[in-house]
Design a protein around this ligand. Structure first.
Ligand code: HEC
Length: 204
């Protein structure tokens, strides 16, 4: 599904899985984004510690796109306690940030301007770490995009290139996003993150 463009990836060479932390980040280049056949299963403490060691680097990569969300999402509220595994977003570990006080509630319709950003990474069973895409949903003005429930969907690669943007480059590439999210039409097309990982605070 990915192009042959060279992607920046992040490897953590000296990572002892099972011993959370002690991650020494190192970089190298690969030709293709690998399909990860042997993903590691991480405990929340492990996924959190790996994420903390790569998050700055990861967000700098996305920010090269000059997309407003890619440049700002790390300043927003994080809605999960640790990165969790998401089969539906490429078998990756993901986070959910949102620019609103609440990320939404089942049955509610989010106001225009709401943005939810999901950064991601993969860890293989042999401890290699790969930056994954940034997944974006942005609520547009009423009627702006009836075919996507007035959501903009975008996917930005770790090197800052757009894989697709429903309101910009390669819109056809991200059609599959709404193809799946439309099943949640009654909840404004939102799936919400797994209960066990939700941050508990007033309004969430
Ligand atoms: C096969 C189904 C599927 C596809 C395809 C899919 N998603 Fe999702 N999406 C989900 C599920 C399930 C969740 C909630 C669990 C999670 O975070 O993995 C979610 C959550 C999200 C969220 C957080 C808001 C919410 O719904 O809770 C964003 C943002 C998001 N997806 C963006 C995208 C984008 C952008 C694409 C396309 C590049 C995409 N998704 C493709 C199923 C899908």
């Amino acid at each position: 599904m990915f192009t042959t463009r060279t992607l920046r990836v992040i490897a953590v060479a000296a990572l002892a899985l099972g011993l959370a932390g002690a991650a020494a980040a190192q970089q190298f280049e690969i030709k293709r984004h690998l399909k990860i056949d042997n993903p590691a299963r991480l405990k929340p403490s492990e996924s959190l510690s790996i994420y903390q060691s790569i998050a700055d680097e990861l967000s700098r990569g996305y920010a090269a796109s000059k997309d407003k969300t890619a440049m700002n999402y790390r300043k927003w509220r994080l809605f999960n306690t640790a990165p969790y595994h998401s089969l539906t977003h490429g078998n990756r570990y993901v986070n959910n940030y949102a620019n609103e006080k609440s990320y939404g509630k089942p049955g509610a319709v989010m106001p225009p301007g709401t943005v939810i950003a999901k950064d991601s990474f993969t860890v293989t069973a042999d401890s290699a770490i790969f930056g994954g895409a940034l997944f974006i949903m942005e609520k547009l003005a009423p009627g702006a995009s009836p075919e996507t429930g007035d959501w903009r969907y975008a996917m930005i690669m770790p090197d800052g290139s757009f894989f697709g943007d429903s309101t910009g480059a390669n819109p056809g590439q991200v059609k599959f996003c709404h193809g799946c999210h439309k099943a949640k039409a009654d909840d404004d097309y939102l799936y919400f993150l797994p209960e066990a990982y939700r941050v508990k605070f007033l309004g969430n």
